[in-house]
Design a protein. Structure first.
Length: 386
């Protein structure tokens, strides 16, 4: 009897627990159904054939951004390697006009030089010989001049023969020609500015002066050395207040470079800094070794920051042409194809394959697949990609 009571109680407890579970399930199932129904009723996007539609309740409407792509003038940039060079018109390689021994150096490496300053002095026997020959020619000229004047006086008095006057005239003209030649020889050797000559006439001191203002950037001699190479420079003087940035353009870029073109120069020595300049000239001939053409850009260098030999990168812009630019963020790559999503109706988009050209900053040129006036997705377009 006692066992039957326990069994009945257990049965009542089980039935009560089952009732509670049934009530809980009946309350939860409608909530779950509501959530499922809600998620099914609010899709993120809907496919309509080839088009993608963003429903009004979709969260994509808050993130997608579009932009209008229109045709405009585009000047595409391109870069060329370059280096800094001294202006040849402001650089003088100083060669002595005659061989001789260097007896004094008035300027050293790095010294500032004014046009006309004495750079160095050379003691030359050739100059001494030229000066001696000139003195002889001047003496002979004076003698023949006096002889000619005497013969003229005698001729007027009918004392001498006409032949003697003609001979005196010829001697004078020959002496005058020889004096002119000797003066030109001395001038060519710099004798007009010679510091002096010794009493024996075996040597003379020549002061070599600078033809330009600037600084001594190269020195190849020392005091006491004998200079006998007429083709080698003793020193080089350069005015670096303006220099050339010389870029090398390949044959494929020849149609894109021209004189007067705006240029942006970036120097390896000064990262993050650029110099604005213009193309001064484009070489008329192609370098047969490098197959490039020199593009010269004249740059001011009053502060001396540009040193000949520095490496640089020159950015030029092509002549403007009509085209379309769009942000790179609009491009979605699918395999080997580039696609953009075009808005064909409000919140309705279609994928279009496009051909791309050169990149201009954060934009890229569209060369095909898109018409001017199209509105494309420029942000989060990848969310529309299948």
């Amino acid at each position: 009897m006692k066992n039957r009571i326990v069994t009945t109680r257990n049965l009542v407890v089980l039935l009560g627990a089952a009732s509670l579970i049934a009530v809980a399930v009946r309350g939860v199932l409608p909530l779950m159904a509501s959530e499922v129904k809600s998620s099914v009723a609010s899709p993120i996007l809907v496919h309509e054939g080839q088009a993608i539609v963003i429903p009004a309740e979709s969260a994509l409407r808050e993130t997608l951004k579009t932009a209008l792509i229109e045709q405009r003038d585009i000047a595409l940039p391109f870069s060329l390697p370059a280096s800094v060079e001294a202006d040849p018109a402001r650089l003088a390689r100083i060669l002595p006009p005659t061989t001789g021994r260097i007896v004094a150096l008035q300027k050293r490496l790095g010294d500032e030089v004014k046009a006309g300053d004495i750079l160095f002095e050379v003691e030359s026997s050739d100059l001494a010989q030229a000066i001696s020959d000139d003195r002889k020619a001047q003496a002979a000229l004076a003698l023949t001049r006096r002889s000619l004047e005497r013969q003229r006086s005698l001729d007027q008095a009918n004392i001498s023969a006409r032949r003697d006057l003609e001979q005196a005239q010829s001697d004078y003209e020959q002496a005058d020609s020889e004096a002119a030649r000797s003066r030109a020889r001395v001038a060519a050797l710099g004798g007009a500015r010679a510091a002096g000559s010794n009493s024996s006439g075996s040597s003379a001191r020549l002061a070599v002066r600078s033809p330009v203002s600037g600084h001594v950037i190269e020195l190849n001699a020392a005091v006491g050395s004998f200079w006998n190479d007429a083709t080698a420079s003793v020193m080089t003087v350069a005015d670096l207040s303006s220099v050339y940035v010389t870029a090398s353009a390949q044959e494929k870029d020849l149609a894109r470079v021209y004189a007067g073109q705006d240029a942006e120069v970036a120097l390896d020595a000064y990262p993050g800094q650029t110099l604005q300049a213009r193309v001064r000239s484009v070489a008329q001939v192609l370098d047969p070794d490098t197959r490039t053409v020199k593009v010269r850009i004249l740059a001011a260098n009053q502060d001396g920051r540009l040193k000949p030999g520095m490496f640089a990168q020159v950015t030029l812009r092509d002549r403007a042409h009509a085209g379309m630019l769009m942000p790179m963020s609009a491009v979605v790559q699918t395999g080997f194809a580039n696609r953009v999503f075009v808005e064909v109706a409000p919140w309705k988009f279609e994928a279009r394959k496009v051909s791309l050209g050169a990149q201009v900053g954060s934009d890229v040129e569209v060369t095909g697949g898109l018409q001017s006036g199209a509105r494309v997705v420029v942000k989060d377009g990848v969310l529309l990609n299948d």
